[in-house]
Design a binder for this molecule. Structure first.
Ligand code: NDP
Ligand code: OXD
Length: 306
């Protein structure tokens, strides 16, 4: 079996070596224009030319959870696209979101500012019942985050496309229930895939439904958030702040207003990194299962875009 590798954002050698070690019978090579066709592709944001030259693929493995970059391309019909299914990302996402939530709730940013001024000053304890956390997307990552947040006794709401009965989480589903979900939440965490239905979902109208003093944590994709609408609601005081890990343009351009905004905390798309050895292990297991004619988890519904 032949595997071709084309990932725009990583050093290829460790991946090529790792895949060869996990699948000793496979021929693994780095894609270059004009390379011979392969049976399986391992990709992250490849160019269209990659697929134009791959007429015999049996499956496409994405080295991330989100497939929005792939869905923009003209992919070969009928070939399954398989995304990373956790592979060590959900625990990272849970720690990132809990950190951002608790930093805001416990006002650690304020204490850091006090420390810089040499001030020993207490803030009044806040009531966590007044900080209900709403999670947009209750998939592999969203569900893990919901469970982690619930451990700290915050009220937790969740929103998904299909109804999800999760213990300890008040679940809402579908567009009709979105306003009620938002009105029940003060802290909003986005863990939706970027699709035609979820693009711009965190816009002025929807963010205005959040409880006053709301807080936004975007760890999904920059395209889920309308930047100017967030800025307007921060400046009007309806929102108290935001932690943002993902942006419409990455790296975030130096002139972007988010960089200097006092109520925004930024990180460079690092909330849940692809872990190489976990990912190679998962991909290799699934390739072997496909070779045996078995079905695998994490197959993307290309009609829905995730
Ligand atoms: P999943 O596919 O497992 O979960 C997606 C969730 O979103 C599901 O609950 C799904 O609902 C829900 N959803 C999708 N479309 C809609 C809609 N139109 N209305 C309501 N709910 C919807 O994905 P993951 O949890 O694995 O990953 C989520 C996203 O996180 C990725 O797509 C990626 O963009 C982002 N990500 C970001 C990373 C980072 O470092 N910042 C790292 C990894 C991922 P249902 O359950 O009903 O299908
Ligand atoms: C992903 C990501 O989708 O890294 O996995 O953003």
């Amino acid at each position: 079996m032949k595997i071709t590798f084309c990932c725009s954002d990583t050093k290829p050698e460790p991946w090529l070596d790792g895949l060869s070690a996990a699948l000793p019978d496979a021929q693994v090579s780095l894609w270059q224009p004009g390379a011979p066709p392969a049976d399986y592709a391992v990709v992250w944001a490849p160019p269209q030319a990659f697929f134009d030259e791959q007429p015999q693929l049996r499956a496409i493995f994405n080295t991330g959870a989100g497939v929005d970059a792939l869905m923009k391309l003209n992919l070969p019909a009928g070939v399954p696209v398989i995304r990373l299914d956790d592979a060590g990302m959900s625990v990272q996402m849970a720690e990132y979101v809990c950190h951002a939530l608790i930093r805001h709730f416990r006002e650690f940013d304020g204490y850091e500012a006090d420390m810089a001024l040499g001030q020993w000053s207490y803030r009044k304890p806040r009531d966590r019942a007044e900080f209900p956390v709403g999670i947009l997307g209750l998939g592999v990552l969203g569900e893990r985050v919901a469970r982690a947040v619930a451990q700290f006794d915050f009220p937790v709401n969740g929103w998904s496309r299909s109804p999800k009965p999760l213990v300890g989480v008040k679940c809402f589903a579908g567009t009709d229930q979105l306003p009620a979900f938002l009105a029940a939440s003060k802290v909003l965490v986005c863990l939706l895939p970027l699709t035609s239905e979820t693009r711009d979902i965190m816009n002025h109208q929807n963010l205005s439904h959040l409880q006053a003093g709301g807080y936004v944590i975007n760890v999904a994709r920059g395209g889920n958030l309308v930047d100017d609408d967030l800025l307007a609601l921060l400046d009007s005081g309806h929102l108290a702040g935001a932690t943002l890990d993902v942006f419409r343009t990455e790296p975030l351009p130096p002139e972007h207003a988010f960089w200097q905004h006092p109520k925004i905390c930024l990180t460079p798309h690092t909330s849940a990194r692809t872990l190489r050895s976990e990912s190679i292990g998962q991909i290799a297991q699934k390739m072997a299962a496909l070779q045996r004619g078995e079905s695998v988890a994490g197959v993307v519904d290309r009609g829905q875009g995730y």
